[in-house]
Design a protein around this ligand. Structure first.
Ligand SMILES: Nc1ncnc2c1ncn2[C@@H]1O[C@H](COP(=O)(O)OP(=O)(O)OP(=O)(O)O)[C@@H](O)[C@H]1O
Length: 305
């Protein structure tokens, strides 16, 4: 277990209501020094609301919010964080270098401008007016602004939306570099492969609650399925009846099988069809675990209704 002194941010039983809508219904989230926590969940799950509470942008109707053990609205807590939200309202006429200098000046021990620019991959944009940049370039500048104060904790709310694959990969390496420095990162994303590639821990939210929390591996283990794909003449309906086969479907020449006992099913497949070819075996990923977790919530809701 991490000692309490390692905790950089915490929501305890956080409740937030908007009129009759309960956006957060008793949310517990703890973030430790130097870890990347991915917060996942469908639209409206409460991810941004949780971040807004931790940033002190809104106040909870119940529960507690702590940033470095302080109220998030305290300036001493705010000086230790960097933020990249979904919508940034930045002066369009300022040049990127000027923006970086301005934001860095709010912090007691900022990075040198060149270092921030290099980390975010915007060294060639410093002389350009912010308003003249493409959407993806503006996102990279916003990332540079989030890290220029040498923060101990960075909030990244869907940071790679609108980025091409190259820019996304670069941002991933920059996030890894931040974490390697000991910076904690809270990342919300709809790209599950992003969480899978970067996160030490994942929180899955749904309808204002935390549905599941743990390492990517632990989450994936909640769906202990393996996918088998191969070219075979076997009858899918027959294979679907085999013990430990969850499903078997035909997709043209190929068959797709889900199982929780891959070795046994593979042995039987190879025995049953000596001409079987193009075999692929893959563990279920975070995407499947996520779908399963958020689906269960719907089932529980139906049962409760
Ligand atoms: N200022 C507000 N006034 C009224 N309702 C709000 C407000 N902010 C959020 N909500 C509601 O609270 C719930 C949670 O919203 P939130 O933005 O936290 O979800 P999210 O998980 O970040 O979603 P997304 O993935 O779409 O960004 C939603 O039902 C949303 O409509």
């Amino acid at each position: 277990m991490n000692p309490t002194s390692d905790v950089v941010a915490r929501l305890s039983g956080a409740v937030k209501r908007y009129g009759s809508l309960t956006a957060l219904d008793g949310v517990d989230i703890v973030l430790h020094r130097g870890e990347l926590l991915a917060v996942l969940g469908p639209n409206g799950a409460g991810k941004s609301t949780s971040i807004s509470l931790l940033l002190g942008l809104i106040r909870p109707d119940g529960g507690r919010v702590e940033l470095f053990g302080m109220d998030p609205q305290q300036i001493d807590a705010r000086r230790r964080i960097g933020v990249m939200l979904q919508s940034a309202m930045l002066p369009l006429t300022l040049r990127v270098g000027e923006l970086l200098r301005l934001v860095a000046s709010y912090y007691p021990n900022p990075r040198p401008l060149e270092e921030s620019a290099a980390l975010a991959g915007i060294g060639d944009l410093l002389q350009r007016p912010y308003g003249k940049l493409s959407g993806g370039q503006q996102r990279r500048v916003q990332f540079a602004l989030a890290l220029c104060g040498r923060p101990e904790l960075v909030f990244l709310d869907e940071p790679t939306v609108g980025m091409d694959i190259d820019a996304r990969q670069k941002l991933w390496s920059a996030m890894r570099a931040l974490v390697a420095e000991g910076c904690a990162v809270v990342l919300t994303t709809h790209y599950l492969e992003e969480a899978e590639a970067l996160a030490q821990r994942v929180v899955v939210m749904g309808k204002g609650r935390v549905l599941s929390e743990g390492s990517v591996d632990a989450l994936r283990a909640q769906v202990p399925l393996t996918r088998i794909r191969c070219v075979t003449d076997l009858d899918a309906a027959e294979v679907a009846m085999w013990p430990q086969v969850a499903s078997a479907e035909r997709d043209g020449q190929r068959m797709r099988i889900s199982t929780n006992a891959a070795e046994n099913v593979l042995r039987r497949l190879l025995d049953a069809d000596v001409s079987l070819s193009e075999l692929e075996v893959q563990r279920a990923g975070l995407a499947e675990a996520f779908t399963e977790l958020t689906r269960e919530e719907t089932v529980v809701e139906k049962e409760a209704a």
